[in-house]
Design a protein around this ligand. Structure first.
Ligand code: PMP
Length: 470
């Protein structure tokens, strides 16, 4: 067992950062393992070791290696400081290592870390299920299944819908992302890189159109497309469920128009189809409400959750109408690690932090601020590039094009902005079918000062990417 040693960190710099001379490590005691404390390992060394040891299919957006992180800041092994607008892909609405989350996880670790809920159950699972049942929209009695990853939550939601309806069909939407396992890949609506070379995909998964201003697809067109699907391929009485992200995540941070969500609800009711809201990315305050679907007033039958629910611990779940959730036989749901007690304790603390710190209201305010600041930055730097600034609450994205006349998506420009931002100490991640949108997943606990500092770096990065072209 490796012991730990304490290293006293230096004071954090408020400068955008990097220079070997700039003192940028955090003003806290960092506890590192002896192996790391003894020999300083560099980003360059880790890149080399990683290339030899890890398959290239696991891509990483940033060529840096984490050493320490706190709230919306992260330091790499070379001592560089970054403002984190990515939050481990939308997992950290309550920030890196929220003190209450860490405290709850540590307290749980002092009791037991794993028994398997299917062998010896425990209270944190039940308490979390009760909490999720209480905050999910709708008055019908609810129950919650806990699993480990978002894809696993989606797979289980489909299983529950199939068992409850006795039907096989699944309808997903263009641009939707639901995971990388084989069933969820069938539902994920993007070929490269996710689906490339790994088919065939499961049968009875159908795709309906998602409205798109870019492609001239209106809500009416999308609904006609769905109804045509019922005529051409998907017999409605054989469809178990329809799954939709109330705000497309990987697909580009595009909210489902509320009237579309309402029409989907009516269509599902008409045909006895289970409506699943995939809230893995949009849930837990990202959009200013617990769940993004609440904005439309629609109550889904099942909700898949993960990411920011547990403040950085691997935990996911399906929350749903009790009558549907009870469709499967005992033993049909679960998995060795599902609802890990440490992750449950962390989730209860993260949810409490969202409540105690008013993070839903904070998300709405932060979203307004982000949109206004992106509009200003766009107007100052390159208005013809900023095609769209969109989102709900603090789930905001900026979409870049080559110019407003052709409105051609510009993934290359987006990549260069990300690279320039990284060099200057800001972590950004793209999204969208064309890879030309930047999404903001900064912790809702981040101070205005940190968000502003990140936005200032973003503006410099945009200007640097433009300067390269002239
Ligand atoms: N659904 C949505 C909406 C997601 O954003 C993701 C992950 N980005 C998933 C499902 C899959 O989650 P995981 O990566 O935990 O399997």
């Amino acid at each position: 067992m490796s012991s730990t040693v304490k290293k006293t960190g230096r004071k954090a710099s408020s400068k955008p950062r990097k220079s070997a001379a700039v003192d940028t490590t955090p003003a806290v005691e960092i506890i590192v393992s002896e192996a790391v404390a003894g020999a300083h390992v560099t980003n360059a060394q880790l890149i080399e070791r990683r290339n030899a040891a890890v398959p290239r299919g696991v891509a990483s957006a940033a060529p840096i290696y984490a050493k320490y992180a706190e709230n919306a800041e992260l330091w790499d092994v070379d001592g560089n400081r970054f403002i984190d607008f990515v939050g481990g892909i939308g997992v950290l609405n309550t920030g890196h290592r929220h003190p209450k989350v860490v405290e709850a996880a540590k307290a749980q670790e002092d009791h037991y870390t794993h028994t398997s809920f299917q062998v010896v159950p425990y209270e944190p699972y039940i308490e979390l299920a009760e909490k999720l049942n209480a905050i999910a929209p709708g008055d019908a009695p609810k129950k919650t299944l806990l699993v480990t990853t978002g894809a696993e939550a989606v797979e289980n939601a489909v299983k529950i819908a199939r068992a409850a309806t006795g039907r096989p069909g699944v309808i997903a939407f263009t641009g939707g992302y639901h995971g990388r396992t084989l069933l969820t890949l069938g539902m994920t609506g993007k070929v490269s890189p996710y689906k490339k070379d790994v088919g065939p995909f499961p049968a009875d998964v159908f795709r309906a159109p998602f409205p798109s201003a870019r492609d001239g697809i209106t809500v009416d067109d999308a609904i006609i497309g769905l109804k045509n699907l019922f005529l051409t391929d998907a017999q409605p009485s054989r469809v178990a469920c329809m799954i939709i992200e109330p705000v497309l995540g990987e697909g580009g941070y595009t909210p489902v128009p509320f009237e579309m969500m309402q029409q989907l609800r009516a269509i599902c009711d008409e045909h006895g189809i289970v409506l699943i809201a995939d809230e893995v990315q949009a849930g837990f305050g990202r959009t200013g409400t617990w769940f993004a679907i609440e904005h439309s007033g629609v109550v889904p039958d099942l909700i898949t959750v993960a990411k920011s629910m547990a403040g950085g611990y691997p935990l996911a779940g399906v929350i749903g109408r009790a009558d549907l959730m009870d469709a499967m036989e005992p033993g049909g749901l679960g998995g060795t690690y599902g609802g890990n007690p440490v992750a449950c304790a962390a989730a209860l603390a993260a949810i409490k932090a969202i409540e105690d710190e008013g993070l839903l209201a904070r998300s709405t305010k932060m979203g307004e601020m982000l949109k206004a600041r992106f509009a200003e930055i766009g107007a100052r730097s390159a208005p013809y590039r900023f095609w769209d600034i969109r989102g709900l609450g603090a789930m905001v994205a900026v979409e870049f094009v080559t110019d407003f006349v052709s409105a051609k998506p510009d993934a290359d420009f987006t990549k260069r902005v990300i690279a320039h931002a990284l060099k200057r100490g800001l972590l950004l991640l793209s999204c969208g079918m064309h890879g030309n949108a930047l999404r903001v997943m900064v912790p809702l606990t981040a101070s205005d000062a940190i968000v502003e500092e990140g936005l200032a770096i973003f503006e410099v990065a945009v200007n640097a990417a433009i300067a390269e072209e002239v």
